[in-house]
Design a protein around this ligand. Sequence first.
Ligand SMILES: Nc1ncnc2c1ncn2[C@@H]1O[C@H](COP(=O)(O)OP(=O)(O)O)[C@@H](O)[C@H]1O
Ligand SMILES: [Mg+2]
Length: 382
Amino acid sequence: MSNIVDPNAFQALVASLMRQSGWTITEVQKNNVGYDLEARRGKELVAVQCKCYRVPAKVPQVEKFLSFLESPEGARFTQGILVCSSYFSDKAKEYYWRSDNEVKPRLRLAVVEAGKLTWLPAPPGEHLSDNSKIDQTTYLGVFTCKGGVGKTTVSAHLAGAMALSGYDVALIDLDPQKNLSTLLGEGVLVPNRGRLHQHSVTIYNRDEWDFKAFSGVRLVVCDCSPAFDSNPREMIEKFDYCIIPTTLNPLGLNKNGHVITSTIEAIRTINRKAQLFVLINNYLEDDTSRGRVLRKAYFEYFGALAARDPKFKFIDPEDVAIRNSKQLFYWGYHLYSGERPQLAFSPNGGRCLPRADFLNLLEFLEEHSKLDDLKKRRGTPG
Ligand SMILES: Nc1ncnc2c1ncn2[C@@H]1O[C@H](COP(=O)(O)OP(=O)(O)O)[C@@H](O)[C@H]1O
Ligand SMILES: [Mg+2]
């Protein structure tokens, strides 16, 4: 419960809490009866009604907001959020959970508690509906116990490839160095020629991410800290997939082989379900036999591991690798040139290796994992 008694201050607090979670907020005119704030994030457009009451909000407030959502003016919002400074009465909660109003699934109730937005559970049954599977979130970690191998580069551009393919993605910066936040700020829209909608990559830091509040997000990518223990355990537990980037040069191979083995052992102490993929980054195509010899050495290195762990796979760089490119080398140059944050997906002389490689990686993951389920659902409204 917040102690705020001034409606304007309460509204400003709600706006700032939502902004921290990546929403763009517009305040609406004071005499607007339907709602107080308009919130946008990706494809979502949400009407927010703030109730600064000393007593719990009651049935009529919920009813009134539902009828607004039903009205022609309310129909354009993907959701309505009713936020209360105090709590909701038991009757109001019961009304919200039990009523068979058609627009009810678009309504969420929240309270401000200890300086955070806390959601009331969605009505029972809603979670059990067929949509619940579609709403399930997939967590993907990018992790190697080593700096400089491309974790930040890979996580950002894999999220970008997902956005190119039609998903809105949450990209979580778990590295205390906060490179992602420095590079991409609050996130980017990923332009996609030929598609009507652009999709977003929104950056959150570890303190902003809240499993409950973001239950509608379907894809979460984490740029992990190379220090295993400094990653939040509850995040590692959630990973369905983990990409382990490494390099294929002889020195790297020698040094990284055991780093990868210990990376995998560390992940497995917490998470046994995640599918683990070793991905070669900074790959130089080479028409001599060197590439083949090194690949073979890596396959041998990981042979025993793959035999022990059926959910481990070393991705053959001939199938999928992230090639060495100027675009990725200079990614982040915008910090110095003053341009807007962007991913390295712009063509350079007509082609863009990173764009092709990350789309290829996404396709590989879809083929070799349950991410395929998402692909099948792509284009399904919801
Ligand atoms: N495929 C690539 N081609 C060229 N440069 C790359 C590539 N991948 C990463 N880099 C560069 O390597 C450096 C380290 O990458 P980064 O993603 O920051 O690694 P990490 O997050 O593991 O510390 C960065 O300067 C990045 O621009
Ligand atoms: Mg990094």
